[in-house]
Write a protein that binds this ligand. Structure first.
Ligand code: T4K
Length: 368
């Protein structure tokens, strides 16, 4: 039996990629906002239905530099049920993360608990559309407006989604996307920020390109976070196949549901009727009492068959040793429980449906 990992990068046919990068051999132009970069940026702006897009080397730099571009000071309210990147981007900007609990159904920020965390030091909210589940946008935007806070969405899992018919990148002040190899849409490594305010775009551009405005003009202290031409070319290819990618993932998700929906003690990911899903992940939350076995048992049983699910997102970022016990995970009890019980099953476009059957069989028979 083949080894199965939690995901497998989608790649175009080799010929398609070679064709896309041929020009680079003609021009020798490999980076620094070259033609592929500009073409992808424009294609994404139109595909995502957003006003502005700025491309980056990865999703993390998209978040970190967006916070920096906004020149924020103080506390940023976020959730700990996420990848290291979200929290690190806050801390690396000298800002203080304040952890809000998550909703037990969508695993996104519990907006009922948000307002109580706002202090006079709060400057922004950084909610995560985790697994592609869209946050409670109306509530978050309403609260942000009431208190004059900036909203930056970690939209790293939501590329290609719409909410109530509008591109998911249109909400808040900015939304940050990841185009990492493991994502629904990849540029090998890559990321983007969508935003409304052109001045934010200028600041983002400065930060990704040293603040250079001409051969003799450097007007800001920027970093280097430019997407190169090979990554942009991969994006141009993968964008052509995105709808096919998403439909195949949908078929995988439906096959999982056909086996696991309604099983006592297994909570499957919510279907949000107003969201066109990209089927980024297939998380399952195990209730040991009801299911008769726990998440770790299922994880081990799968591993014995060379199937490697992942515990995204365990542990909570707030408990990382990097933070030396500074934050108390008991203050986000739902996030803590979910992180201990969740397993993300293998999910990718080319996952054979027979393998999905086999994965489900192993999960179901992991019950004691
Ligand atoms: N915010 C959120 C909510 C995020 O989830 C992420 C990234 C970010 C921000 C930051 O975006 P980036 O800066 O990464 O663009 C992976 C990804 O590296 C990371 O992008 C992703 N989230 C996170 C959830 O998952 P690892 O450490 O689990 O990756 P790794 O190397 O164990 O790969 C997982 C599986 O993917 C492998 O078992 C096989 C497959 N794979 C991996 C690679 C690298 C491929 O098929 N091809 C590949 O090239 O973090």
């Amino acid at each position: 039996m083949n080894k199965i990992l939690v995901t497998r990068s989608s790649m175009p046919e080799l010929d398609e990629y070679i064709n896309e990068i041929k020009e680079i051999w003609d021009t020798h132009w490999m980076t620094n906002m070259g033609p592929k970069h500009m073409q992808l940026q424009e294609a994404l702006r139109s595909f995502m239905g957003v006003e502005n897009v700025e491309l980056f080397t990865n999703g993390h730099m998209a978040i970190e530099l967006t916070l920096q571009a906004m020149n924020l000071r103080g506390e940023v309210i976020t959730t700990p049920f996420t990848f290291a990147s979200t929290t690190h981007a806050i801390v690396r900007n000298g800002l203080e993360p304040v952890f809000c609990d998550i909703d037990p159904v969508t695993f996104t920020m519990d907006t009922g608990k948000l307002e109580g965390l706002i202090t006079e030091r709060t400057c922004a909210i950084l909610p995560v559309h985790v697994y592609g589940n869209v946050c409670n946008i109306e509530e978050i935007d309403g609260i942000a407006r009431k208190y004059g806070l900036r909203v930056i969405y970690d939209a790293c899992h939501t590329f290609g989604e719409t909410y109530k018919g509008t591109g998911v990148g249109c909400f808040g002040d900015a939304s940050c996307f990841s185009f990492h190899a493991t994502k629904v849409f990849n540029t090998i490594e890559g990321g983007a920020v969508s935003f409304h305010d052109k001045r934010l775009g200028d600041a983002l551009y400065d930060l990704k390109n040293f603040g250079i405005h001409g051969p003799e003009e450097v007007s800001a202290v920027g970093a280097n976070a430019k997407m190169n031409e090979f990554c942009a070319a991969m994006g141009l290819c993968n964008l052509r196949h995105l709808q096919d990618e998403i439909s195949k993932r949908k078929a995988v998700a439906e096959r999982y549901r056909s086996h696991l929906a309604g099983v006592e003690g297994l909570q499957l990911n919510v279907v949000q009727p107003e969201v066109t899903s990209n089927y980024a992940y297939f998380p399952v939350v195990f209730n040991e009492q009801l299911f008769g076995s726990d998440r770790d048992h299922a994880y081990d049983a799968l591993a014995e068959h060379d199937i490697h699910a992942r515990k995204y997102f365990y542990p909570l970022t707030s408990t990382y040793s990097a933070f030396h016990g500074k934050y108390n995970a008991l203050e986000t009890p739902v996030a803590l429980q979910v992180s201990k019980r969740v397993l993300t099953l293998p999910m990718y476009a080319d996952l054979a449906l027979e393998d999905v059957d086999r994965i489900c069989e192993i999960v179901l028979s992991s019950r004691k």
